[in-house]
Design a protein around this ligand. Structure first.
Ligand code: PLP
Length: 369
């Protein structure tokens, strides 16, 4: 039986934390405060501090974080919002859900929005940019912010994959009007179920988000807007507070694993690894290589017990739901070329050096190296 290196291993993450997690859950069960209990506020304060912003508002998912952000900024019908075509579908879904039009711009080799392509996609109806910090790497925010200022656009960061990621010394969630995070089980800071959070320095926006997430209720008996029910569960907040204590160590391990792969695969020409520029500190939510004969490599690795994934095989503008937006194959050549070559390798903190060596050995074996 060959070594097994699954693509993810959540039971492996939880095993050493079980006593702490169960104690946190027990605390909530004993308090009975399941909705907006004290752990929610405690987690929001800790998360805002982590991102270097004044406010954070916990919600039910990353998608809800993004959708509420658009509502809180007053974006909706008639507006165009520019985002990346290579993201998870949610980045565009939320724009359509708010009644606005998703507009795409191509990405660069680092999988993030190309500012020049963003600028070219701006029309008089463009009201906001929704850059995605894909793979745990912050998008090139200096030029994007400069474009936003020049064209009077809002910025909503899709930071779903980027808790703790840094760009020129600042963390994801601190660059836009609002920063939106997913705390889904597969994210780097992960609840045991759905969860999300929005960050901002603007007290007024934070207050509006608190209304939007809770039926618009200003007091128990007075609602001031047609809001949603999308609150962060107290149980999830209690779990997230436990995990937050380990996030720095986990992030360091992800970065170390990325460095290991980069070094070990450096001279294997059919496989291109992502690089870190001096001003970035990505967190490697995913470690995505671009590989020749990608599908064959993926199948070979699976046979040898190595899990891998593709984030994402079909760019959003080519998915069925986007038909009506009028895009066609060839519109975003970089994103489309990457979609056929990308492969996410296991990079979670619990991997051992033997696991990583085994993954590299199998990749080298595939290419006959
Ligand atoms: C880039 C991106 N945006 C948005 C989301 C949506 O987050 P959630 O699944 O928590 O709704 C995800 C993750 O699923 C994501 O990866």
């Amino acid at each position: 039986m060959p070594r097994q290196v699954p693509y993810v291993d959540l039971p492996g993450q939880h095993r050493p934390l079980k006593a702490e997690l169960l104690a946190a859950v027990e605390g909530v069960l004993d308090s009975g405060q399941f909705i907006l209990g004290p752990q929610v506020g405690e987690f929001e304060t800790a998360f805002a501090e982590l991102c270097g912003v004044r406010h954070a508002v916990g919600v039910n998912s990353g998608a809800d974080a993004l959708e509420l952000a658009l509502y809180a900024l007053g974006l909706g019908p008639g507006d165009e919002i520019i985002t990346a075509p290579n993201s998870f579908i949610a980045s565009a879904t939320v724009i359509a859900a708010a009644g606005a039009r998703p507009v795409f711009a191509d990405v660069r080799e680092d999988f993030n929005l190309d500012p020049a392509k963003v600028e070219a996609a701006i029309t008089p109806r463009t009201k906001a940019l929704l850059p995605v910090h894909l793979t745990g790497r912050v998008a090139d925010m200096d030029p994007l912010r400069e474009i936003a200022v020049r064209h009077n656009l809002k910025i909503v960061e899709d930071a779903a994959q980027s808790v703790r990621a840094e760009y020129r010394g600042r963390r994801a969630g601190a660059f836009g009007d609002l920063g939106c995070f997913s705390l889904h089980p597969l994210k780097t800071l992960n609840a045991c179920g759905d969860a999300g959070i929005v960050t901002t320095d603007d007290a007024g926006l934070a207050e509006r988000l608190r209304l939007w997430r809770n039926f618009g209720l200003r007091t128990r008996d007075d609602s001031v807007l047609w809001g949603f029910n999308t609150r962060l569960d107290t149980l999830q907040a209690a779990i997230l507070l436990v995990k937050l204590k380990h996030l720095e160590t986990w992030t360091d391990r992800r970065r170390a694993h990325a460095a290991y792969y980069r070094e070990a695969l450096a001279r294997l020409s059919p496989v291109l690894c992502p690089i870190d520029l001096p001003h970035e500190r990505p967190v490697y939510h995913t470690f995505i290589v671009q590989a020749e004969r990608r599908d064959e490599l993926k199948a070979f690795l699976a046979q040898r017990g190595v899990g891998s994934a593709i984030h994402y095989p079909v760019p959003i503008h080519l998915q069925t739901v986007a038909r009506d937006l009028g895009y066609k194959r060839g519109d975003f050549p970089v994103a489309e070329r990457q979609a056929g070559r990308i492969l996410s390798l296991p990079v979670y903190p619990e991997l051992t050096e033997e696991d990583l060596a085994y993954v590299v050995e199998q990749i080298r074996a595939f290419y006959g190296a």
